[in-house]
Design a protein around this ligand. Structure first.
Ligand code: SF4
Ligand code: SF4
Length: 137
């Protein structure tokens, strides 16, 4: 779950989040069913249904096909389309189920061509979780 493996521990015992490794993407807080994760300000991070998590959207007209985002994803969620034709190659989210909304792909794109967006029908409270995470990252 953690894209940078900042969490270590033993099952059914305490886990430790290394603040030096954590990138504050919030994935663990959204996933924890017991709301046991607290943010930097001491607020419990409530669980968010995975269907409501933000997902990367590629603006194909801006994408240069550099594949930085593809290489940055720890879970191989992204692929290049038309990679055999470099003038047409664009990134695409091909494995959305594995995406944890960590923002690493968005951060790796110097063109601003890939941006995480919550689903259109998501409740405002869930969407706000991603706005906060985006500004904190
Ligand atoms: S990093 Fe940006 S420009 Fe490069 S392939 Fe990904 S979306 Fe396209
Ligand atoms: S947000 Fe981007 S880098 Fe992170 S898991 Fe999803 S596709 Fe991969």
């Amino acid at each position: 779950m953690c894209p940078v493996t900042a969490i270590t521990g033993v099952k059914k015992e305490f886990y430790f989040i290394d603040p030096k490794i954590c990138i504050d993407c919030g994935a663990c807080g959204r996933a924890c069913p017991y709301d046991a994760i607290f943010d930097t300000y001491g607020n419990a991070a409530e669980k968010v249904r995975r269907t409501e998590w933000a997902r990367p959207v590629v603006q194909e007209e801006i994408c240069s096909g550099c594949r930085y985002c593809v290489d940055s994803c720890p879970f191989e969620c992204l692929s290049m389309l038309d990679e055999d034709k470099p003038w047409m190659a664009v990134a695409s989210l091909t494995n959305p189920k594995a995406c944890v909304s960590c923002y690493l792909c968005e951060a790796s794109c110097d063109k601003g061509a890939i941006v995480l967006q919550p689903p259109k029908d998501v409740k405002p409270a869930a969407a706000a979780r991603f706005q906060k995470t985006a500004s904190a990252s």
